[in-house]
Design a protein around this ligand. Structure first.
Ligand code: ARG
Length: 495
């Protein structure tokens, strides 16, 4: 049979050009949605009596007979063409010829991409939520573990491991929220927009949207077929989540090195060297770090393709879609593996604490102490402590050992008045755990406030799961309703 889509307007065809413009090679992810859309559209046509019951029931019976993983004829231009052509072959043009009455590939493809994006966004949200669960697990396991906190990758102030990990929890919470927001933007139906102008055919857009599980319409028909900002938003959510995951991956890579020795990653997430038998390489974390680059690249490609496209549908849009699937797949797989790897990671609390022993990272609290107890202006307290640190380093001695004897001299030089502090006071002020307990600001590294926020985190994690479950359930129910209506309708004429 000749290509039904070529109609009569264009006569000659070039195999090379056809292959070049075909999306059949990457349409598989939307194939089952295209079938569902055809079903919903036919139900709408039948309801408004735009087609006869016989046509509707024949078309619906055909669509219902297709396997869930539809086979796509590689010779067709795209999945829309493939399904229609298969229908014409199977039930004849007298009936299948009405499938595309009042709809276009333009509204159909935008709808199908949205349907698949919904599923993939929920997968991404669930994978991110699993990373959050892994973080909660490790926070509970290591509530009291203290470690250096870094700025500029230099020891800055003591923190707890739980506080450090909680920072990632919070970032992931925003990632999940971004996925949720992208979902609500995606979850609107373009069907009924037809090619660009809407249609004179009576298709109840609301009815079709409800059958396909959407919670509203993309109202303007031109917008419905031209815009891919929902895809850009979804890929952005994936890219930003990947940036966060790549940061965590980077820290796990650094922390598993001999220099840090803070963590040991599971063998399942590591590889060895083909030549150096002692090697344990953090290959999964490295790959997550790299995939972040691919996702950013995908998003950049999508933005570049979509920019400056005039209204309404342009075939350029076809090139956007594979980048979206790849970005969502990479992000979901990265998050899933991060969740597994992090749950099984073994943190070494002694190594974390040991690395604090000579780093003088409690110096800030010593400066605060000079302000609070001795009324030294902070800027001068900062200068005094800086000098004490420098001199301890020069003498290769611990700060508490040299500070007691030098304090009076240094403080006099800087403020004109001597401050006298004995060794015991120094020891107590410079104790890492004590400095943590002094932290009063909300969200700080005080173990008490971290534990308090942990309770909130656990609640947020629960809310994430219930949102994800509810959205998935709504999609499942819509699909069931659609199938039910199809079965009721296809049997109507026969019985
Ligand atoms: N394969 C196309 C896509 O993915 C479907 C829409 C084609 N529409 C058209 N008017 N050529 O975007």
């Amino acid at each position: 049979m000749s290509n039904i889509l070529r109609g009569s307007r264009v006569k000659r065809s070039s195999k090379r050009a056809n292959d070049f413009i075909s999306s059949i090679g990457f349409d598989l992810p939307i194939a089952k949605h295209v079938v569902a859309i055809n079903m919903a559209h036919m139900l709408a046509l039948s309801r408004s009596k735009e087609v006869t019951p016989a046509v509707a029931s024949a078309c619906l019976a055909f669509l219902d007979s297709l396997p869930r993983d539809v086979e796509l004829d590689p010779e067709t231009e795209d999945v829309h063409h493939a399904v229609e052509q298969q229908a014409v072959r199977a039930i004849g043009i007298e009936t299948a010829g009405f499938l595309n009455f009042g709809k276009s590939r333009n509204d159909q493809v935008a709808t199908a991409i949205r349907m698949q994006a919904r599923v993939r966004l929920l997968d991404l949200g669930a994978a991110l939520a699993r990373v959050q669960e892994a973080i909660i697990l490790q926070m509970r396991r290591h509530k009291a573990a203290i470690m250096p906190g870094y700025t500029h990758l230099q020891h800055a102030q003591p923190v707890t491991l739980a506080h450090h990990l909680q920072a990632y929890f919070d970032a992931l919470q925003r990632d999940v929220a971004r996925v949720e927001e992208a979902y609500s933007c995606v979850n609107k139906s373009p069907m009924g927009a037809a090619a660009l102008a809407g249609t004179s055919v009576r298709v109840d857009r609301e009815y079709v949207a409800a059958l396909l599980g959407f919670d509203g319409l993309v109202e303007n028909a031109m917008d419905a077929v031209s815009s891919r900002d929902f895809a850009l938003q979804s890929a952005s959510a994936a890219a930003i989540a990947m940036v966060n995951l790549s940061r965590l991956a980077e820290e796990l890579i650094l922390w598993s090195s001999i220099e840090f020795g803070f963590v040991e990653l599971g063998d399942e997430y590591s590889a060895t060297s083909s030549i150096m038998p002692q090697k344990k390489n953090p290959v999964v974390a490295e790959t997550i770090r790299a995939k972040c680059g691919s996702v950013i690249g995908g998003l950049t490609s999508m933005l570049a393709i979509a920019k400056a496209l005039p209204n309404s549908y342009n075939l350029d849009l076809q090139e956007v879609t594979p980048h979206l699937w790849r970005a969502l797949d990479d992000a979901t797989e990265s998050a899933s593996l991060m969740a597994e790897m992090l749950s099984s990671a073994r943190f070494d609390e002694d190594a974390l604490q040991r690395s604090l022993s000579t780093d003088m990272s409690t110096a800030t609290e010593l400066a605060n102490h000079l302000v609070v107890k001795y009324h030294v202006p902070f800027r001068q307290a900062h200068a005094i402590v800086g000098e004490l640190v420098r001199s301890a380093l020069e003498r290769k001695a611990p700060l508490e050992a040299t500070a007691a004897e030098q304090m009076a001299k240094v403080s006099t030089r800087i403020t004109g008045k001597p401050v006298k502090i004995d060794k015991h006071e120094f020891q107590s002020v410079l104790d890492a755990l004590k400095t943590l307990k002094l932290i009063r600001s909300a969200g700080g590294s005080n173990p008490l406030s971290v534990s308090r926020l942990l309770l909130k985190d656990a609640k947020s994690a629960e809310q994430n799961s219930s949102w994800l479950a509810a959205a998935r359930c709504a999609l499942g129910q819509a699909d069931e309703r659609l199938q039910k209506q199809v079965r009721a309708n296809k049997n109507e004429v026969r019985t």
